[in-house]
Design a protein around this ligand. Structure first.
Ligand code: GLN
Length: 307
């Protein structure tokens, strides 16, 4: 990848989409997301040589939402190891992110850690392990980014709780199968906070570089995850990172990635770069419409995906 001019490619992507009003609708289930301007658009690519390339609103923080599921999975794998896989599966669900239906036949074992059901089980694991799980999650993010200003948006978290009927149903249903150890309120409080974390495209690309770099922070020998763990986190992003659109994202973009309803998407080109894009309008599957299109252009214009 050394001979690819990433800034030129990003400039071209910005230009190509400059006059396109993305189809889709900004998430509206809480007012904090509904009021984010739909024309925000930014992208940031961080490569293994430590170079930064970007355009647009790449330094503005937004609600990372389900992108946080990658961070919590990484932390849970670190602290409990392979025991985690007794409680959550590794298969794509082919269903929407907030679906409850498969849990009935699967005896309360979520298909994977990136749908809400699976992320709630991962949240429960962290609530069991840490005395202060919220502080532990922030500490992990501060360590991998070197930026201690990354924080929860407590207004977003409170709204998530006020409107979180389906997540309440999900965690209660999981608990009825014995797959939640803690008080449901504690698990949901942690989950709503993880979803509320605010980060920019730059910060997300810099945080995700460990998934492109064998689990090690760039320019350091601090290994946060083993190569085997990173392989698994990335494999799950490839197969499950976009819910019932995981196949389409793989088909169009050809990179492991993870989306959130705040309109962010982060993708990883292992051993080469991490890239984040933000555009709030979502397609019917709950993924950023313009974000997916921009990443399709990135791998097409560079002729470089994992495939
Ligand atoms: N807070 C949202 C929820 O739990 C996150 C979903 C998402 O980003 N896909 O419903």
């Amino acid at each position: 990848s050394a001979n690819i001019d990433y800034q030129k490619v990003l400039n071209q992507i910005q230009q190509e989409f400059a006059d396109i009003h993305p189809s889709g609708k900004v998430a509206s289930y809480i007012p904090e997301l509904a009021k984010v301007p739909s024309d925000k658009f930014g992208m940031h690519l961080y490569d293994l040589e430590g170079n930064n390339y970007n355009f647009g609103d790449s330094n503005e923080r937004f609600s990372i939402q389900s992108i946080s599921k990658v961070f919590t999975l990484a932390l849970a794998m670190k602290v409990v190891g392979d025991d985690l896989w007794n409680r959550v599966g590794v298969e794509p669900s082919g269903d929407p992110f907030n679906s409850l239906s498969q849990l009935e036949n699967d005896s309360g074992i979520p298909r994977n850690p990136y749908i809400n059901a699976g992320a709630l089980v991962v949240a429960d694991v962290l609530v069991s392990y840490f005395t202060n799980p919220k502080a532990a999650l922030l500490a992990f993010l501060h360590e991998i980014t070197g930026d201690s200003s990354i924080d929860f948006d407590t207004t977003v978290a409170a709204s998530e709780q006020a409107e979180g009927y389906r997540n309440y149903a999900m965690v209660n249903y999981l608990k009825s199968f014995g797959n939640i150890e803690n008080d449901v309120e504690k698990v949901l409080d942690f989950y709503f906070h993880q979803c509320s974390i605010a980060m920019s495209c730059r910060e997300l690309a810099q945080a995700f570089i460990i998934f492109a770099n064998h689990g090690t922070v760039l320019d350091s020998d601090r290994e946060f995850l083993t190569g085997r763990q990173v392989k698994r986190i990335n494999a799950l992003m490839q197969t499950c990172g976009f819910y019932d659109e995981a196949g389409e994202f793989s088909f169009e973009v050809g990179l492991p990635g993870k989306s959130g309803v705040g309109g962010g998407i982060v993708a990883v080109n292992p051993y080469h770069y991490a890239v984040a894009v933000w555009s709030p309008p979502l397609n019917p599957k709950g993924n950023s419409a313009l974000g997916m299109a921009a990443l399709e252009r990135l791998t097409t214009l560079t002729g470089f995906s994992i495939f």
